[in-house]
Design a protein. Structure first.
Length: 446
């Protein structure tokens, strides 16, 4: 019901916007409308850069999608309602990277680079952008050539946070395998956990993960075991031996190096997505899997934070074997509405908002890790944002992937994972259940 109401509200806004703007006259500027979420730096970037020359003849208008009204997990639904009607009221959409493949299947996005552009617009130079990010926001045409449908303006993925001071005191390097992480947790907790010779009363856990939306943490763990949702033949493989091993390892953590499910409930880990952030910041854990943007939060200070940011290190998420590290891409990106009457203007807008200057501003003023790697060579960025360079080094050691774009797959698997953590399923039962439900959902689409 809430989703339907939100969709109606959003559609009403789009309808009003369309009636107000209409088509630009040939003599006046092009009225270009883009969406953004509360907290997104786009308006600040446009104000700071004042790209008058680059956007000459374009009147840029923002349609705010307030995150406090429409949660991130539902943002796609109002867009679907608008795009499925062929509305041209919004020209440029702010998209989560995994949505791009979903939108491409329906033909709702116009190519940014490659493919048939159907206008005289110039292609954007994509050479500075990290190729793995572009692969996630691209499709292949009938010739096998890449067609970019959206352009990321940030690099966001999950990584391993660790207490640098605790590992250094123990003589450990960041773990490359889960076996190493278990061993390091047990060793450090034996000395500095409750009852240890050097007891730190704050330190209670070895490893923290999200109980809410655990799927985001689990994907890179699963990939690091050689697993996935589909196999190399695109056949469903949710209950593969690799995936079962990955989930069984999570079960082994509970009540050992991680809090048991009953304590996770008490700590709010199943309900509050930011709960692991605060626990880690309070000194309660050695390791945590989280988005790289959390380092910025630790630098700014979190409620109850007792550790200094220089006590925190970042590393790739371990794999079953060394060198099998992955990250689940959560970058936001810009895509052009296929039905827009102003595609060339939309490309010019995206070129400005993802430019070197724009990403440099976002790096220096908002702590955003750029999607253009050339920004990291900027002397001012290197001087003022050394932690960003550390995160960039982590991403150079991992393989970036996007979770499946089908929301139903993610929802079903997330439910099965959480039920396993709570004790309702064993790992094999959970993944067999997920396979059956996903097969049923996919069959309904055929």
């Amino acid at each position: 019901m809430r989703r339907a109401v939100l969709g109606i509200l959003f559609s009403a806004v789009v309808a009003v916007l369309a009636s107000c703007t209409g088509s630009s006259s040939s003599a006046g500027p092009v009225a270009l409308t883009y969406t953004y979420v509360t907290g997104d730096p786009t308006p600040e970037i446009l104000e700071a850069l004042s790209p008058i020359e680059q956007l000459e003849g374009i009147e840029v208008r923002a349609l705010t999608v307030p995150s406090e009204v429409i949660p991130e997990v539902l943002l796609r639904e109002p867009y679907v309602l608008s795009l499925s009607t062929g509305s041209s009221a919004i020209d440029v959409y702010l998209l989560d990277a995994p949505w791009v493949k979903s939108y491409s299947a329906t033909g709702w996005l116009a190519p940014i680079s490659g493919g048939r552009k159907e206008d005289d617009g110039q292609e954007i130079d994509l050479s500075p952008f990290r190729s793995e990010l572009l692969e996630v926001t691209s499709i292949r045409d009938e010739k096998g050539d890449r067609v970019v449908l959206a352009l990321p303006f940030q690099t966001k993925g999950n990584i391993l946070f660790y207490r640098k001071d605790l590992l250094e005191d123990a003589g450990f390097e960041p773990p490359q395998t889960w076996a190493e992480l278990f061993s390091q947790c047990e060793s450090i907790l034996a000395e500095k956990g409750e009852g240890g010779e050097a007891w730190d009363e704050r330190l209670r856990y070895g490893f923290l993960f999200h109980g809410k939306l655990f799927i985001n943490d689990f994907y890179p763990i699963m990939w690091g075991f050689g697993g996935g949702i589909f196999d190399e033949n695109e056949e469903l493989a949710v209950d593969s031996a690799e995936n079962v091993r990955a989930l069984a390892m999570i079960g082994k953590m509970l009540g050992g190096i991680s809090p048991p499910s009953s304590e996770m409930q008490r700590l709010g880990l199943f309900d509050d997505y930011s709960a692991p952030d605060r626990l880690f910041a309070s000194g309660a854990a050695i390791f945590m899997v989280n988005w790289n943007t959390r380092l910025r939060d630790l630098e700014s200070g979190l409620p109850g934070q007792t550790i200094a940011v220089d006590q925190v290190g970042v590393a790739p998420i371990p794999g079953e074997e060394a060198g099998q590290s992955y990250s689940n891409i959560g970058s936001f990106c810009w895509g052009i509405n296929y039905y827009s009457h102003h595609r060339d203007a939309a490309r010019r807008f995206i070129e400005v908002i993802t430019s070197y200057e724009a990403q440099r501003w976002a790096a220096l003023n908002r702590g955003e890790l750029p999607s253009r790697w050339d920004v990291l060579r900027d002397p001012e960025v290197q001087r003022r944002a050394p932690s960003m360079l550390e995160i960039a080094k982590v991403f150079e050691k991992v393989r970036l992937r996007a979770r499946p774009f089908q929301r139903e797959i993610n929802d079903i698997l997330d439910f099965a994972l959480i039920e396993t953590i709570k004790g309702g399923f064993d790992p094999l039962q959970a993944l067999e259940y997920a396979r059956r439900e996903i097969e049923r959902e996919l069959s309904l689409r055929r």
